[in-house]
Design a protein around this ligand. Structure first.
Ligand code: NAD
Length: 310
């Protein structure tokens, strides 16, 4: 099975590393220094604290690699998905499956522009990883992935992909419908990625703030209104539980800053806001629904981006 990892940062690197135990892995990326380091020294992976140098991954710059793949796993940031798909055209054959587990909303529509519906595999990843420097990543927790397809044939393809990834050591569940899970995860990210970045707070520092529950529920309500317009009725209470849990004592990320905070406040990089609260805000305008919380959150993140992006 020829597997192409499109975007070899924290998550792409983690998947490339684990899948390279059993498969031939090629990666493409937009970051020259990263590609150079991986090819010259191997990918350095700190896998739950254990340092490993993986020399089984061959990396190319985006436009350099033209061969068809059996499976493509995309792990760029959401704002680069469309550019990546444009560049992947030579690598996508009639039977190439494309797996996308990016955070955020609206990706299915983008994927459908480039890939036959039956070949699209979508989902969420609860695995966590971080990028240390070019050619160096840390896999920090294994949790699990949840994936599905968009139609009957797509679900068969998703089952095959779930087994392939699980067999390489990354637990991946096939589920009949993953859209609700995608929206619930977007709620978690739409609340705490954004608020932690705006307020410069760790997750646990939100605990016991006055009106916290009310604010969280209002934001989730806005996500839910838009989800209904898009044919998804996720469980608001379940989403609230998942969001609220992040602030509680004993939650493993209690002392962490979410990835948007790391991207913007720590590294001066653009955020995925347009695919989280920004998506809700834009769709609200389109569907004639008021989304004041997401409008304000998006406005504030964009103001910070203007100030902090290097
Ligand atoms: P990442 O920033 O580590 O890597 C994404 C891409 O950005 C890669 O192609 C990488 O090479 C490039 N990149 C990174 N730093 C760069 C730099 N300084 N200069 C130029 N290019 C650079 O992102 P990620 O954490 O792998 O996230 C990919 C997707 O997966 C996102 O949608 C994210 O929200 C989602 N996700 C991440 C995690 C996680 O724990 N990291 C978990 C679940 C989902």
């Amino acid at each position: 099975m020829k597997i192409l990892i499109a975007g070899i940062g924290a998550m792409g690197g983690s998947f490339a590393h684990k899948l390279s135990n059993k498969h031939k892995i090629v990666a493409i990326d937009t970051w020259q220094e990263n590609v150079k380091k991986i090819n010259e020294n191997g990918l350095t992976v700190v896998d739950l604290g254990e340092k490993i140098i993986n020399k089984n991954i061959k990396a190319y710059m985006l436009e350099e690699y033209k061969e068809k793949a059996d499976l493509i796993i995309i792990f760029v940031k959401s704002m680069l998905l469309e550019t990546m798909l444009e560049n992947l055209k030579p690598n996508i054959g009639d039977n190439t499956k494309v797996l996308c587990m990016l955070n955020g909303l609206g990706h299915i529509q983008t994927l459908k522009k480039y890939i036959k519906a039956e070949n699209i595999v979508i989902g969420i990843s609860l695995i966590t990883a971080s990028l240390k420097s070019a050619g160096s990543i840390a896999l920090t927790s294994y949790a699990y992935n949840e994936i599905s397809g968009l139609n009957e044939k797509g679900r068969e393809n998703a089952k095959m992909v779930a087994k392939l990834i699980t067999d390489c050591g990354l637990p991946t569940n096939f589920v009949n419908d993953v859209k609700e899970a995608i929206w619930e995860k977007a709620c978690v990210n739409g609340v705490f990625n954004s608020l932690s970045t705006i307020l410069d707070l760790r997750l646990g520092e939100f605990r016991d703030l006055p009106r916290l529950e009310h604010i969280l529920k209002e934001i989730i309500e806005e996500f839910h209104k838009i989800a209904l317009f898009e044919g998804v009725d996720f469980d608001k209470n379940k989403a609230f539980e998942k969001v609220y849990r992040c602030t509680q004592k004993g939650y493993q990320g209690e002392f962490h800053y979410p990835s948007m905070h790391q991207d913007l406040r720590q590294h001066g990089r653009k955020t995925e806001i347009d695919f989280l609260n920004g998506y809700i805000s834009e769709k609200g305008k389109e569907y004639g629904e008021k989304t004041p919380y997401c409008d304000l959150i998006t406005f504030e993140i964009k103001a910070l981006e203007r100030k902090l992006i290097k």
